[in-house]
Design a protein around this ligand. Structure first.
Ligand code: IFM
Length: 434
């Protein structure tokens, strides 16, 4: 596609809990959470998922067919430290083989350390409400970097701390299923940020030269003209679009949130959180309309009226991606490192017919969003890559296996991976660029 910089990276992303299966690893908070009645809509869990733990060699072949330059994966912390701080060599061996396979195929591994699958032993010790978890994370980061660092192109400390904070600790919709008070939950946000900062330092100490933080971003509009909704939209914007970037890029919390953080923050934390990063990962799916609520969580995000929606009910709004990228560029100026769109994709009710899966809606969605990236680049934003979420359908958290985001269809009873028409579309797009 014209208008993208030389060396632009085309990739695809997955995460451990969503694809690997539980074989060979310790229990994560998601394993525990999914067993609670009603926590996951179809009553499923990640025990088997896409069985990537056993089928990784087939998946390397699938990635090769797709022709991606980079593959973004996450390491399962409970695979590396299954029952406490003791390290599992066998757990690290799994990633060792996987990374060797990627490098042999000319695919750059982009490795994320934490994608919500906190070990249950760390949760039992207090999880992200406890400052000690931050130190455990830094130790884990050092262990993984020492073993895998020679093959990793770019590291990410964590994925979407915003969702982990809100869904996991405020609304209870995600593991560990906590419904802390709005005030109490800010210790979690601070600890996630501090873990990121210490993680950056641990990765650098092990020789990493490219480290990023990945978060989700979504432009937010008031759901109505009411003052309450306008205020709620302003607060939501700060929570999603600034809480996890201001401290990292400017060394300060947004003024509006600073009083909520004071209980958890100690001298020296902010400079640690602001340890320099080499890129910011931007996950983008949709825009939100924000409604004020009279409850412990004072607002909710809904799909704005007037947009087509995906099977998740999320508005299809490619312009929102341009707005997000340009907005980051304008807000942070010279403090902003290069951006990478580390996730973008959509769930549709894909079906197999005669052994094929045709998904024109996904092609239209992805095409529109790739063009939106190009528009941001034309507006002067430094965007270095784009990753589709996801390689194949997988365990979609509280939605279980009911939401399909993949470029390949996962036939769960047989575990066959069946490329959808969007897979061929993306493969051709990538091939056209090379
Ligand atoms: O599946 C998730 C992923 O784990 C994090 N970002 C959003 C995706 C779709 O909901």
């Amino acid at each position: 596609m014209d208008g993208l910089p030389a060396g632009f990276v085309w990739g695809v992303a997955t995460s451990a809990q969503q694809i690997e299966g539980a074989a060979g690893r310790g229990t994560s908070v998601w394993d525990t959470f999914a067993r609670q009645p009603g926590a996951v809509v179809d009553g499923s869990n990640g025990d088997i998922a896409c069985d990537h733990y056993h089928r990784w060699a087939d998946d390397l072949a699938l990635l090769s067919d797709l022709g991606v330059g980079a593959y973004r994966l996450s390491v399962a912390w409970p695979r590396v430290q299954p029952s406490g701080t003791a390290v599992s060599t066998a757990g690290l061996d799994f990633y060792d083989r996987l990374l060797d396979g990627l490098v042999a195929r000319g695919i750059t591994p982009v490795v994320n350390l934490y994608h919500w699958d906190l070990p249950q032993w760390a949760q039992d010790a207090g999880g992200w409400t406890d400052r000690e978890t931050v130190n455990r994370f830094a130790e884990y980061a050092a262990v993984v970097a020492a073993r895998l660092g020679d093959r990793v192109g770019t590291w990410s400390t964590m994925n979407e701390p915003f969702e982990n904070f809100v869904l996991g600790h405020l609304t209870g919709e995600h593991a560990p299923g906590l419904t802390l008070s709005f005030d109490a939950a800010f210790a979690v946000a601070h600890h996630l940020l501090l873990a990121h900062g210490l993680g950056v330092q641990a990765l650098r100490a092990a020789g990493a030269t490219s480290v990023m933080l990945i978060n989700s971003f979504a432009p937010s509009r008031p759901a109505s003209d009411s003052e309450a909704d306008q205020n709620a939209a302003g607060l939501y914007d700060i929570l999603q679009n600034r809480l996890f970037t201001d401290p990292v890029l400017t060394g300060d919390y947004p003024d509006e949130l600073a009083p909520l953080i004071t209980g958890a923050a100690r001298d020296g934390d902010l400079p640690t959180i602001a340890s320099p990063i080499d890129a910011l990962g931007v996950n983008y799916y949709s825009i939100n309309a924000i409604r004020a609520l009279d409850g412990p969580v004072p607002l909710e995000a809904v799909a704005p009226a007037g947009f087509p929606t995906t099977a998740f009910g999320w508005a299809v709004a490619p312009d929102g991606l341009t707005e997000t990228l340009v907005g980051l560029h304008q807000r942070y100026g010279s403090r902003l490192p290069p951006l990478v769109v580390t996730e973008n994709g959509c769930a549709y009710d894909d079906e197999l017919r005669d052994g094929c899966c045709d998904d024109p809606d996904r092609i239209a969605y992805l095409d529109g969003h790739v063009r939106a990236v190009r528009d941001a680049v034309a507006a002067g934003v430094d965007v270095r890559g784009y990753y589709v979420w996801s390689l194949y359908d997988n365990f979609e958290w509280a939605q279980g296996y009911t939401k399909r985001f993949g470029l390949a269809y996962l036939d769960y009873p047989t575990q066959r991976r069946i490329p959808k028409s969007s897979f061929a579309w993306y493969r051709d797009l990538i091939a056209d660029q090379s």
